[in-house]
Write a protein that binds this ligand. Structure first.
Ligand SMILES: [Zn+2]
Ligand SMILES: [Zn+2]
Length: 129
């Protein structure tokens, strides 16, 4: 089981049903931040349904959004701080080998199409390094 990189609570697996099949993400039991493994993000390339998944408190998410020096829950290396080029108030952290982390509430700021585009770009950048 993974530990949340921001608050050290344990993360639990959540399965999303998508048109492409099930996708598993890890969600913090405390702050509700979400971790996407790269493989999981790849499975989200197509349309997906997750209206129920981002149930975290946006205020807590905003507070946690200020915590930016966090380490990858898989390998412990410091993650890169990324900024969405269009919606610059949305920041997230990513380990280029393992995946990306979003604070609670950041998710709901996105239209799903935008979110999927971000995943696509993220994976594209990794594959072309
Ligand atoms: Zn947490
Ligand atoms: Zn890593």
């Amino acid at each position: 089981m993974l530990q949340c990189p921001k608050c050290d609570a344990s993360m639990e697996e959540q399965t999303l049903s998508t048109l492409q099949g099930n996708v598993t993400i890890d969600r913090c039991t405390n702050c509700k931040g979400m971790w996407f493994d790269i493989g999981e993000a790849e499975a989200l390339k197509e349309k997906w349904m997750s209206d129920h998944i981002d149930t975290g408190d946006p205020d807590l998410g905003r507070k946690h959004n200020k915590i930016r020096d966090v380490n990858c829950p898989r390998c412990g290396k410091q993650m890169a701080k990324l900024l969405d080029p269009v919606q610059t108030h949305i920041e997230y952290e990513a380990c280029e080998e393992h995946g990306m982390y979003l604070d609670a509430g950041e998710f709901t700021d996105y239209k799903y199409e935008t979110l999927i585009d971000i995943f696509r770009d993220f994976i594209f950048v990794l594959k072309n390094k």
